[in-house]
Design a protein. Structure first.
Length: 198
């Protein structure tokens, strides 16, 4: 089984993904946590560029995300075939949102990612209130990056809300990040257990 958690910065999806992994392990699932960008050479290069690459380097990010994802998909399929419940922090939805924020055309981004397989379940952790995200991000005490401005976070929320339209074959479930972590983990765990019984 392949499960994705995605959503805008500040939504708490990484924390939720790790809590979900523990919850499922407690239920007897053989879990494996992974993320994008990956730890492969492509993923490491993406992280380097995001942390301070040149504007010229950033122009190649979309292609690099796609290459990194192609390898990640093969790995996730392999792990899933071995009986593991794979939980990934981010997938193609992030590329559509964040590369759009950097000026890429949304339709082209969707087309580049359309042929990747649909996960079994995708949880998009988000909110209608951008102030929730800003409050969480600023509480970290770090300088805001390009994606963490109010305008860009507002656009990210809007783009994530369209993911069922962008990827209609995907089993996408939206979670409200303003709810308690325990509540969202419980909801996700119950949904996965129900799906497993099919």
């Amino acid at each position: 089984m392949i499960i994705i958690l995605d959503g805008p910065d500040g939504a708490g999806k990484t924390t939720l993904a790790k809590l979900l992994e523990q919850s499922l392990r407690n239920e007897g699932y053989d879990t494996l946590f992974t993320c994008e960008p990956t730890k492969t050479p492509y993923g490491q290069e993406i992280r380097r560029i995001l942390a301070g690459g040149t504007e010229e380097e950033k122009k190649d990010l979309t292609k690099m995300f796609v290459r990194d994802r192609a390898q990640h998909v093969e790995d996730m399929k392999k792990w899933s075939s071995e009986g593991k419940t794979v939980i990934s922090d981010r997938y193609r939805y992030s590329t559509v949102v964040y590369q759009h924020l950097q000026g890429e055309d949304t339709d082209e981004l969707i087309a580049l990612n359309r042929d990747f397989p649909s996960p079994d379940i995708t949880f998009i952790v988000t909110t209608d209130d951008v102030e929730v995200l800003l409050s969480r991000i600023t509480s970290r005490g770090q300088a805001l990056d390009f994606f963490e401005t109010k305008n860009n976070l507002t656009t990210a929320i809007e783009e994530y809300s369209k993911m069922k339209e962008y990827f209609p074959s995907d089993n996408i479930i939206f979670l409200d990040c303003s709810k308690a972590l325990e509540e969202n983990v419980s909801v996700m765990t119950d949904i996965i257990k129900e799906w497993s019984r099919r």
